[in-house]
Design a protein around this ligand. Structure first.
Ligand code: LR7
Ligand code: MN
Length: 599
């Protein structure tokens, strides 16, 4: 039915291997939406729909050919030492077709042997540092998967076996979250039975999501330490010792490796910086941030030292098994994917533990640009349910901030039953979110009662400063600060918000400090090679705490002065760029700090 008949049911079959990204999304289903993979491996969306249906009607039968596990025999030298795989040009159309199945280059992965060599990417000092493994406890490595490709899954397993000291590896537990691909059934059973390390497969008959799948694995684990990995990882030399030695010293430490990048295109192994730490943004999405220069200097004394991080990425970490359950495992009301990483991070910190990154432990992970699998119930319902639960249980008054600016989460807020998680928080006598922000993440950019939070309005044009949409390294926003309408509908208003923690306190008429916004970026000086009154565009870059990012706002004169240069923020007539100019009592230099209630 093509019209808005509310009783019409659309059954849409989309061949995931030949449909482009987002094809099925163009079907807007009104209610009762369900998604699943049927027995042929087809992505099925059932529900009542409205509007146009595009790209529907082709129902290509793909499965047996395309989902077959080894179309290409691995070649012994392909991908060795982590070098990129090059696919011959004549195979590129098939390569692209295969890419869509898992959202990574399956053809490249299949050509790499399961036991490929990898460089030892650790710093020299890490290799020199001797860890006495005789007294270390052993681990259960838990890998959950839903319809993972054979070659990535088995390369994860093989790298664990090949690069872990025997005495530290108690077992490997694979948790199959209701995969539909045939080769993950008895063929997988037969394969793991022959592995030299005890490897068990636990299977869930219905889709439970990665959170409950990990719980299933954890409950069965025999090792003293739980080590979680995604199903498309590769471990490098020394990875396990680096993690376990830290947990063994203090059972309340949760320890993450440095996560290196396995290219989704070429499967090259790319070492990533050891200086990143994890936190989140205003939408509660996990983000990497860089440490400040001062911090880096301090660490120079011993670069092998583990460092603390406010949050973990979620997939790769080691934790004492008894501590994991003492602390409440995971929130079992969380579905499929997302949010559990922040939930565990907050819980560990607020309830007396710590999270750290061990720079001498490196594990590669295939980063994907999109998800290959279905989210039963719909992506946003799943994700925002999980994030709403994080906010409700752990974030105290900051939950109001989160819900106020994230309407998708607000929608599912009242449905959440969180009593048992709040009881857990009580029982463990956990500290509040304010404590977390003050002590674990003092560099944070969340609004507080002591801070200005709101828009910065240009008096003359009635427009507001806005965070740039461009992205720099680490995917942080970067570029010249923008100016735009202060109340345009349909644009996320969060991009207009700035935060300042005035050194003088909010009560006084003059405020000095950095002007931060979401994702730890700050209003910065333009490049000042020719520092005079030549108009130079003011930029937004990563916050560093340096002098060049200090600003002084005078509510009376309405001027915003760049402290380091004593120049004023200006938007010259008729232009839409923000510059620094010699201060003058000119309307183009007048700004209003418009405070917005954050909770
Ligand atoms: O329903 C599902 N059932 C599953 O078993 C959905 C997923 N899974 C499996 C899946 O097969 C995979 O092995 O769960 C694992 C993680 O799923 P991914 O690889 O699709 O997730 P991701 O790498 O995109 O997401 C990151 O955030 C997730 C939030 O829930 C999890 O915490 C992932 O473990 C996490 N991955 C990492 O931390 C790796 C480093 C990425 C970064 C930064
Ligand atoms: Mn992953």
């Amino acid at each position: 039915s093509k019209n808005d008949d509310p009783t019409a049911t659309a059954v849409v079959l989309v061949d995931q291997a030949s449909a482009g990204d987002g094809d099925w999304v163009s079907v807007r289903l009104k209610r009762d939406q369900q998604e699943f993979i049927d027995h042929r491996g087809l992505h099925v969306v059932v529900g009542h729909y409205m509007g146009d249906v595009n790209n529907v009607g082709t129902n290509v039968n793909l499965t047996d050919e395309l989902l077959n596990r080894n179309m290409f025999d691995p070649k012994p030298k392909e991908g060795r030492d982590g070098i990129p795989v090059v696919i011959p040009p004549h195979m590129s159309s098939q390569m692209q077709k295969l890419y869509r199945i898992n959202r990574f280059n399956l053809m490249a992965s299949d050509r790499i042997p399961l036991n490929r060599s990898l460089p030892d990417v650790r710093k020299k000092l890490c290799k020199l540092k001797k860890i006495n493994i005789d007294k270390l406890p052993s681990s259960s490595v838990i890998i959950v998967f839903h319809d993972e490709a054979w070659s990535t899954l088995m390369r994860t397993v093989q790298s664990v076996i090949d690069r872990s000291p025997k005495s530290l590896l108690n077992e490997i537990i694979l948790v199959d979250d209701a995969s539909s691909r045939k080769f993950l059934g008895s063929e997988l059973d037969d394969y793991v039975a022959k592995l030299p390390v005890s490897t068990r497969i636990l299977r869930s008959s219905k889709r439970i999501g990665l959170i409950k799948a990990r719980l299933m694995g954890a409950r069965q684990a025999k090792g003293k330490i739980l080590v979680f990995l995604d199903a498309h990882c590769e471990c490098t030399q020394g990875w396990l010792e680096g993690l376990v030695s830290r947990v063994a010293e203090d059972r309340k430490r949760v320890v993450c490796p440095v996560i290196d990048i396995i290219s989704d295109e070429t499967f090259a192994y790319v070492k990533s910086f050891e200086l990143h730490w994890g936190a989140f943004n205003w939408d509660l999405h996990f983000r990497w941030y860089t440490r400040t220069t001062a911090d880096t200097m301090k660490r120079q004394r011993d670069i092998t030292q583990a460092f603390r991080t406010p949050a973990m990425a979620g997939g790769l970490f080691a934790m004492d098994k008894s501590y994991f359950f003492e602390l409440g495992g995971y929130d079992e009301k969380m579905e499929i994917w997302g949010g559990e990483n922040l939930e565990l991070s907050f819980r560990v910190w607020q309830c007396g533990g710590s999270i750290e990154i061990a720079p001498c432990s490196h594990v590669g992970h295939v980063f994907r640009k999109s998800s290959p699998y279905t989210f039963p119930g719909g992506v946003s319902h799943v994700l925002y349910t999980n994030l709403a639960r994080v906010a409700l249980v752990w974030m105290d008054e900051w939950q109001e901030f989160y819900f106020k600016f994230n309407p998708e989460a607000e929608k599912v807020r009242d449905e959440q039953q969180i009593r048992t998680r709040l009881e857990l928080r009580d029982r463990l006598k956990c500290k509040g979110f304010k404590w977390y922000l003050d002590n674990v993440w003092p560099e944070h950019f969340m609004p507080t009662d002591e801070r200005f939070f709101g828009k910065i309005k240009h008096v003359l044009s009635n427009k507001c400063l806005e965070k740039p949409s461009g992205r720099g390294s680490l995917n942080q926003p970067m570029g010249p600060v923008m100016i735009g309408g202060c109340d345009v509908q349909g644009r996320p208003s969060l991009s207009l918000m700035f935060v300042m923690a005035p050194e003088e306190g909010l009560g006084s008429g003059v405020w000095t400090g950095s002007l931060m916004t979401d994702e730890s970026v700050c209003l910065d000086t333009p490049e000042l090679e020719a520092a005079d009154e030549i108009a130079l565009k003011v930029r937004i870059v990563a916050c560093t705490g340096q002098k060049r990012q200090r600003w002084r706002y005078d509510a009376e004169t309405m001027s915003l002065v760049h402290v380091d240069t004593d120049l004023c923020l200006d938007m010259p007539d008729g232009e839409l760029s923000i510059v620094l100019r010699g201060c003058a009592d000119h309307a183009s230099q007048k700004w209003i700090f418009e405070q917005i209630p954050w909770k």
